[in-house]
Design a protein around this ligand. Structure first.
Ligand code: MN
Length: 250
């Protein structure tokens, strides 16, 4: 039996030196890759290449760290939204560097979540640095489970917040760097296996001194297999099944 496809549910393919090559690599290696974008303007080019593939999907994004500069592209975001099922990277970042734009980030995030709820059926990759509560408040208020699905990328909230996210129907995409951290690993081990996906967040994570690539999700799969005490192959199959479930339950 052929192995289940790998899943990289959060990777910035357009931040590698050669986007067509990065997309081809996912395609050849059969890695289902969610190519998140950071501005609505970047999406069109990603989409024109990804739409010709079997394994790569381009997500429409407006990164919270760029909201202060690109909030005016919200109009473009709104115009493009009907053309895609996938949204990301969006969210909130209350870290020290971006704290100043937090109120503006909240307004943009709420607007996007409301648009997604109205459109229905969107799958959304969400950033929540030091802002898990505010992110979950917005999801609870505006995006109940029948209206869309959120995948919390690199979630760093508390156990209670994770519990709340699970009740709100969220999935979690986890990467190797996250799982190398004992505190994060403990949190991930408390999550239901059926809500887990893998990601690299490449090129922002590294493997042996080079930027991670989608094929490197094998590392996260090995770590998860160890954490949940099952074989690599069964974890790999589980993650692929979780993605199928996510895409069919909406
Ligand atoms: Mn990212």
């Amino acid at each position: 039996m052929a192995s289940a496809p790998l899943v990289d549910f959060h990777c910035h393919l357009d931040l590698y030196p050669d986007l067509p090559l990065a997309i081809r690599r996912s395609e050849v290696q059969e890695v289902f890759t969610l190519a998140v974008t950071t501005t609505p303007r970047a999406w069109t080019h990603n989409e024109s290449l990804a739409s010709q593939t079997r394994y790569v999907r381009a997500a429409l994004g407006l990164h919270p760290q760029l909201v202060a500069q690109y909030a005016h592209e919200l109009t473009l975001f709104e115009a493009l939204l009907p053309r895609t099922r996938y949204v990301g990277e969006i969210g909130l970042d209350a870290g020290p560097r971006y704290y100043r734009s937090l109120e503006q980030q909240k307004a943009v995030f709420e607007r996007i979540i409301r648009l997604c709820a109205a459109a229905r059926g969107k799958v959304i990759s969400v950033h929540s640095v030091r802002a898990s509560k505010a992110v979950l408040d917005t999801i609870e208020q505006h995006l109940p489970p029948p209206k869309g699905r959120v995948v919390l990328h690199w979630f760093t909230g508390s156990h209670a917040e994770a519990r709340r996210a699970i009740d709100l129907g969220c999935y979690f995409s986890v990467n190797g760097e996250m799982l190398a951290n004992p505190k994060r690993r403990a949190l991930v081990s408390s999550l239901p296996l059926c809500r887990l996906l893998t990601e690299t967040d490449g090129p922002f994570t590294q493997v042996s001194g080079r930027p991670s690539e989608p094929g490197d999700v094998t590392i996260a799969i090995s770590q998860l297999a160890q954490l949940f005490e099952c074989s690599y192959d069964s974890m790999r199959a589980r993650i692929a099944q979780n993605l199928r479930d996510l895409l069919t339950e909406l």
